[in-house]
Design a protein around this ligand. Structure first.
Ligand code: SF4
Ligand code: SF4
Length: 381
């Protein structure tokens, strides 16, 4: 395993981190505990020592599961990261209550890395009013928070405002080869680097989209490295940046885990030619995708019953074949009729919840029109 040593943080962190947002789960979203635990323990055995969760992941079940899965492992063997749901913390008392609940769920007295979750302009403004950074600094003085940071979803200008407002230990951003000019992006990465604040990478494979790009995008990558998975290009792109402390991957299967582990034993950064290949792939993809939904489900549940991420997943699938054929079956035979885009009543509830700032009702209307217009597939495939 490749490690990044950071003297300021007094930490040696595996360059591959475990994101516990996409663990194996059944269709109802119930975590498959035995399978998920064996994945976490296999990662640990292979040298992964950073486990990232959050109060709300997997409908609030991720923290409890991670607590149980790692209960038998010596606490010094791994770094535990979790996040305060700032939208539920309207006072220091709320924050204390949530923090204590997180310690109970995760069966620990302290967090190695603690983050304010999914900051944007509105949340940052409210946090400042409440003095939540001062609250967290008290926890840090007590020792129950070892390193303090934040995760982020908004425009670059907001990122700069937050990053320069406090001497953060680290920050977590969406960082992948497609999103270099989106949210914090490369500009945000470089600002953090100048300030000496290491980056924890989330969404390196953009919710799986970069693991399965359209064939014309994939072909040059495949021919350059026939044995490498397409996801490995995205993981290596992020991990090649020196100010990256760890790259979080939500490894939901043994195959994904082993593929990721292979890339860090030992890690080989992208060379100049490979960087150029990836940049070309990014340009082609930017010209294709319908919208930037990552499938995070922060917008759910929709009061009208629309499965927002599923609709966008199928819509984006259209981009994967020139005639959109790949989307016909999921649109006509898989997604429940009651969960389709046409049930959106434009209440607007989802808009402020989407970290990607997608115009959800408008995109749902476009998705429905385009998917309904797909020619019927004679084979049903
Ligand atoms: S705007 Fe549409 S998709 Fe969004 S929450 Fe309301 S009904 Fe659901
Ligand atoms: S629409 Fe936005 S909030 Fe909903 S799943 Fe997609 S990216 Fe996440």
């Amino acid at each position: 395993m490749e490690y990044r040593t950071n003297e300021k943080l007094a930490a040696q962190v595996s360059l591959l981190g475990y994101g516990c947002m996409r663990l194996p789960a059944d269709p109802e979203g119930i975590i498959q505990e035995e399978e998920a635990k064996s994945l976490l323990l296999r990662a640990l055995e292979a040298g992964v020592n950073y486990f990232d969760t959050a109060y709300g992941y997997l409908s609030g079940k991720s923290e409890e599961f991670v607590g149980r899965a790692l209960a038998g492992v010596a606490r010094e063997r791994y770094y535990l990261a979790t996040k305060l749901p700032v939208w539920l913390a309207h006072s220091w008392e709320d924050a204390d209550r949530l923090f204590d609940e997180q310690r109970r769920r995760l069966q620990t007295d302290y967090f190695d890395f603690y983050l304010f979750h999914a900051l944007n302009k509105e949340r940052w403004t409210e946090m400042k009013t409440l003095g939540l950074v001062d609250w967290a600094m008290e926890k840090k003085r007590e020792g129950s928070i070892r390193r303090l940071g934040f995760s982020f979803h908004d425009k670059y200008e907001v990122f700069e405002d937050i990053l320069t407002a406090h001497s953060w230990d680290f920050c977590q951003i969406q960082f992948n080869y497609l999103d270099t000019r989106f949210q914090a992006g490369l500009k945000g990465y470089h600002l953090a680097e100048r300030l000496g604040i290491p980056i924890v990478v989330m969404e390196p494979v953009k919710g799986g989209a970069l693991a399965n790009p359209p064939e014309d995008v994939a072909a040059p990558l495949r021919s350059a490295a026939p044995k490498a998975s397409l996801a490995s290009w995205a993981i290596r792109w992020a991990a090649s940046r020196p100010n990256v402390l760890t790259v979080l991957s939500g490894m939901g299967t043994q195959e994904q885990l082993e593929d990721n582990l292979n890339q860090f034993q030992p890690f080989r950064p992208l060379d100049g030619e490979e960087e150029a290949l990836v940049e070309r792939a990014a340009e082609m993809l930017r010209a294709k995708v319908k919208n930037g939904c990552t499938g995070c489900a922060y917008c759910m549940p929709c009061p009208a019953g629309v499965n927002i991420p599923k609709n966008f997943e199928i819509w984006n699938l259209m981009a994967k074949t020139d005639d959109g054929r790949a989307a016909w079956r999921p649109w006509n035979m898989v997604i429940d009729e009651s969960a389709k885009a046409d049930h959106c009543v434009r209440c607007g509830k989802c808009l402020s919840l989407c970290p990607q700032k997608l115009p959800i009702p408008d995109d749902l209307a476009r998705a429905r029109a385009e998917l309904d217009a797909l020619p019927a597939s004679p084979t049903g495939n």
